[in-house]
Design a protein around this ligand. Sequence first.
Ligand SMILES: [Zn+2]
Length: 621
Amino acid sequence: MRRISPEFIEQVRMANDIVDVIGEDTFLKRVGVRYMGCCPFPSHNEKTPSFSVSPDKQLYHCFGCGQSGNIFTYLQVKRGMDFMEALKQLAQRGGLSLPEGSGPEEDKAYQKRKKLLEINLFACDFYEKALWALPSSHVVKQYLKQRELSDETVKKFRLGYAPANWDGLFSHLKKKKYGDLDLVLELALIKKKGDRCYDFFRDRLMFPVFAKNGRDILGFGGRAFSADQAKYINSSDSFVFHKGRTFYGWQKATGFIRNTGRALVVEGYTDYLSLYQRDVKNVVATLGTALTEDHARWLSQYAEQVILSFDGDEAGMRAAERSLSVLLSSGLTPKILKLEKDMDPDSFIRLQGKEALQKKAAVAQDLFLYLFLQELKNYPAGVDRFSLIEKIAHLLVQTKKEVLRKYYTDRFLDSFGFDEKVAREALKRALKEKIHKINQKSYSQPAPVSVRDKYCSDSTPEVKEAHNEPKEEKLSLQSAPKAELYLLVLSLESQDYYTIIKDSGVLKRLSHAGIVKMFKVIEEYSEQKIEYFPTLTPVLSAMLKNPQELQKEQYPSLTYLSDEKVKIFIQDCINKVEEEKKHLHLKSITALLRVDKENADKYLMRIAEWTKKSKSTEKEI
Ligand SMILES: [Zn+2]
């Protein structure tokens, strides 16, 4: 093996950011000029971060276990590599050619990546030349002019033009005998239909998407100008291109985001370029996808705050909403830069200038609160707001920053009109009754002890009376919810039906005490005296004030149904009971929220857990 030159080692070191490399193993958070995280070495298992990484010096140091070093020693210690292995891996990662002597087998992936990137570069050259060859009257040139994108910007980001004919790039590749066709097809620059190959991008303004290193081109975006083409298309994901892990413009943005601790995320190539050209540089653009966990992870390495500036239309709002939980769970503070209708960041900065945009960004609204207040409009007071509470609870559970979670919870309670002192006492009384009722109704899911202790310790005389209800008193099913009653009657109809009902788990969610008692009897019978199952109806009827209540003929909805229809009907009843139970549970927790504000986040957490649980039960069915 040839000796590796110190220059090459330095090149490899420069091509990789130690923050990125270590950030793949442990979550690093920017604190002033350095990054802190939990020590990634298994020998030092810690829960509070004492591991520090300096991006300036490209060194790490752990204040807990004392280990320190550079990017090479990190891989050696962490991955058990020798120096050469670490060097090779980092060279590959940084897109550098490996020193001779490394076997072709182990570098297959590297070689493939290299070839694919070369093809992209070749295509980029081709598109770029085609753009500069266009007359200034061409619609693409007119567009650039109208968008006020300077030649300098166009050159810096290597914009291009994909010619309108079907085989512009393809015949050029053939002429130059360039690239393996399979690889070109894999990049989807060329498409194949039968025996015919044709260009994927035609008659489009081309935006090459660069890798973080600013040198490699991972894929392309293309904008069309004729009405019969989709306005924007992107290269499909490939061995080298993953839209969910890539930002447009990130190669220029890292330093600026790091310095400001703030990242502006826009939706379009031209938005990005327009901002960059006007010296707003802590910006990246998404590639037609919502923000993914990978995106958020990358952002969180450099930024504290992420400001989304998506289009003001409905699609833009939906994208912002989808991004919210991803950002919150990465420990970021998401904000939203709202522009006037029909404005995008590009048109805004062109009309009003950089300062106006920066001013707006500085007072960007909190995304969580913004979306919440929007939603609140859809749920006027008095209308059932439980589904909104559920939604909010899920988001709060995901919010990694504790301060933020507390803040959101408080704001949520305030806006929801929970903070009325006068009503508090009355609510407390109402709540006591409500919880008591729920505890009585459900035999399987009593409210947690802490809740009862807090509000029901002084049980009233009526309560005691209820507990002492004489056992032999006959039951009435008159007030039972219809769905529960039907399930009972159908259980008596056939043991098959009973088994379906029992296996669904719905029996644990019944609310009516009489129905619950009857099902307990059925359960005993079906377990021990199976042959007596047909005699159940008279046994149960004897327990009732009105024995007719168990007669199927009493209920028109149950008669004249085929076996298949009955099974569907049973499922409907089960769903209804589940829904009702969920409703009751949410109601009780919502009531708690009102009077016990300090513990609100705990209750919201419980709502989230509970709805998750009931959803998974639904799926099992
Ligand atoms: Zn350590």
